[in-house]
Design a protein around this ligand. Structure first.
Ligand code: AMP
Ligand code: MN
Length: 245
């Protein structure tokens, strides 16, 4: 039995506790969690991926500023994604594991630290957003490097990287600009991405102010329109295989 003088205090504590619990539940329902919370799940598998980017002064056709080079890759499954892979936290830190994966995929052991960590979340079943219904936790990092390093990585990824032509079919740069005909970022975002890679990319572009929210909105609307055209195009191409309508 709580003495009367503590009653209002204990009410306050229990109110705060239930608020914290509700916040925690809301967070977990979205699939998001901190790096430390993620590591508490010993029954989970962990995968780490990183967005490497640099500034650049180069211009496309000598007049369209590129502003930033953002690296992604064409994966073995035909989907676009970020470099990285499975990590075993009982044997290595998440960041050491990610650096090991980068050596295999890029041919360069780019050092990644906890400061580069952006978010951890449960892998989605399908929807492309985070969810708590899986046992795979994805850890996402972002690291800014020099343009010269990006060039070295691109060279090594196609020559010395162990995974070249296997898990990685090639590195790609993300076009952040929009051409007069609406090409560029809009077309890029209409491709198919692994898991939450598209939202990881869009979130990072917004958070780091690499593209304005308005330009991103326009680009994504363009991507949606392009999807309808792609469906028609696929229908037409399917006929090449002899498939009857
Ligand atoms: P990897 O070895 O790079 O294929 O990644 C390990 C696991 O993470 C695989 O099950 C992938 O399907 C998954 N994965 C990789 N990148 C992402 C991503 N951006 N979003 C969600 N799942 C991913
Ligand atoms: Mn990988």
């Amino acid at each position: 039995m709580i003495p009367p003088k503590y009653r209002s205090f204990s009410r306050l504590v229990s109110c705060l506790q239930s608020r914290l619990l509700a916040q925690h539940r809301k967070k977990m329902a979205s699939g998001q969690m901190s790096r430390d919370e993620a590591l508490e799940c010993t029954r989970c598998r962990h995968a780490c991926h990183v967005m490497l980017y640099s500034e650049t002064a180069t211009q496309l056709f000598g007049r369209i500023p590129i502003w930033y080079i953002v690296l992604m890759q064409m994966r073995f499954d035909g989907l676009l994604g970020f470099p990285g892979g499975f990590v075993n936290p009982s044997e290595e830190t998440l960041e050491a594991g990610l650096t090991r994966e980068l050596l295999e995929e890029l041919g360069v052991a780019v050092p990644v630290s906890t400061e580069d960590h952006v978010e951890s979340c449960f892998s989605p079943p399908r929807s492309g957003t985070c969810s708590s219904s899986s046992r795979l936790i994805l850890h996402f990092y972002v690291k800014k490097i020099e343009e010269e390093q990006i060039r070295e990585i691109e060279k090594a990824a196609a020559s010395t990287a162990a995974d070249h032509g296997l898990e990685v079919l090639g590195m790609v740069r993300v076009p952040l600009y929009t051409t007069k005909s609406g090409g560029g970022l809009s077309c890029f975002l209409s491709h198919s991405f692994i898991g939450v890679a598209r939202s990881q990319l869009v979130n990072s572009l917004l958070r780091l102010h690499l593209v304005s929210p308005g330009d991103l909105r326009e680009a994504l609307r363009g991507s949606q329109r392009r999807h309808a055209e792609s469906a028609q195009n696929l229908q037409a191409v399917l006929k090449l295989t002899g498939e009857q309508p």
